[in-house]
Design a protein around this ligand. Structure first.
Ligand code: B1M
Length: 221
């Protein structure tokens, strides 16, 4: 079973979705995340173990390689696709409460900003690391973040911005969230955002990339 979990983590790392998938070429015809996850479930392996010993280590290696520029966006997307395929089989267990997630992370691209490629990558990596992700989408105003927080008390909030103009909206959103729900942890990121900007606007954390965000979130636990 340990061997299968190891194989599953490699499917995530190398983006092997299922047996029929032609990618990556050196794994053509081999079982992918889809088949291996189903096999593990049918053998009675705890879904929590499948997540923490199979999926998460694979996604973590992907995050580290992406940070080190050893792989690029398309490879991360393939890892995320493999991850999502496996999660389809695990979700019923999480929804029924048979398996635990680390916490809830609410993310959105801030008001005025329509860029979502990086935000989606971040969402997938955080989900792949065992967090429940509530992705609000793009052009999100403070009120929508606050409404989501009321629905998911105690969640961490992530704000993404890609424009030097819209990053300014992060301050208003952070302040509005803190005014309503002061204990909320707010983390910011996106190409123009910096750690010093994060400090200036009163956010709690800055992450440069998905792996940095995962590390920030895991440090909160
Ligand atoms: Co626009 N765009 N764009 N764009 N766009 C940029 C950002 C720009 C740098 C291009 C340029 O001029 N060189 C420029 C911004 C300049 C600035 O503000 N200084 C720009 C502009 C000006 C605009 C418009 C204003 C253009 C116009 O209409 N005149 C317009 C704005 C629309 C709006 O948002 N209101 C616009 C529109 C668009 C498209 C719709 C065409 C499209 C977006 C499609 C989409 O997202 N669905 C688009 C794109 C694709 C880009 C570029 C080319 C690529 C952005 C991207 O996806 N990068 C971009 C130029 C560039 O970067 N080369 C550009 C890949 C992605 C993986 O990286 O998003 O940085 P990134 O995410 C990273 C990190 O930043 C981090 O992790 C991710 C993965 O590593 N990260 C977080 C992101 N969010 C995080 C949150 C975290 C932590 C980490 O914690 C919460």
């Amino acid at each position: 079973m340990t061997v299968l979990l190891q194989k599953l983590s490699e499917c995530i790392e190398f983006g092997k979705v299922n047996k029929a998938a032609p990618y990556p070429p050196d794994r053509r015809g081999m079982d992918g995340a889809d088949e291996i996850t189903q096999q593990l479930i049918s053998e009675g392996v705890d879904p929590q173990r499948i997540l923490t010993e199979g999926l998460m280590p694979g996604m973590e290696r992907t995050g580290i390689k992406f940070r080190e520029n050893k792989i690029f966006v398309p490879q991360v997307l393939m890892s995320a696709k493999a991850m999502n395929t496996a999660m389809v089989h695990l979700k019923p267990f999480f929804l029924s409460g048979a398996a635990r997630q680390k916490g809830t992370f609410i993310i959105g691209t801030v008001e005025g900003d329509l860029h979502d490629i990086g935000k989606n990558l971040v969402s997938m990596m955080v989900e792949g690391n065992g967090w429940k992700v509530v992705d609000l989408g793009v052009d999100i105003k403070a009120e929508k973040f606050i409404a989501a927080l009321r629905e998911h008390p105690g969640a961490v909030v992530g704000l993404s911005a890609l424009l030097t103009t819209t990053m300014m909206n992060m301050e208003r959103i952070t302040k509005a969230i803190k005014a309503e729900l002061p204990a909320t942890v707010v983390v910011v990121g996106g190409a123009p955002v910096t750690a010093s900007f994060c400090g200036q606007i009163g956010a709690d954390g800055y992450a440069r990339d998905p792996q940095g965000l995962v590390e920030f979130l895991n440090n909160l636990l």
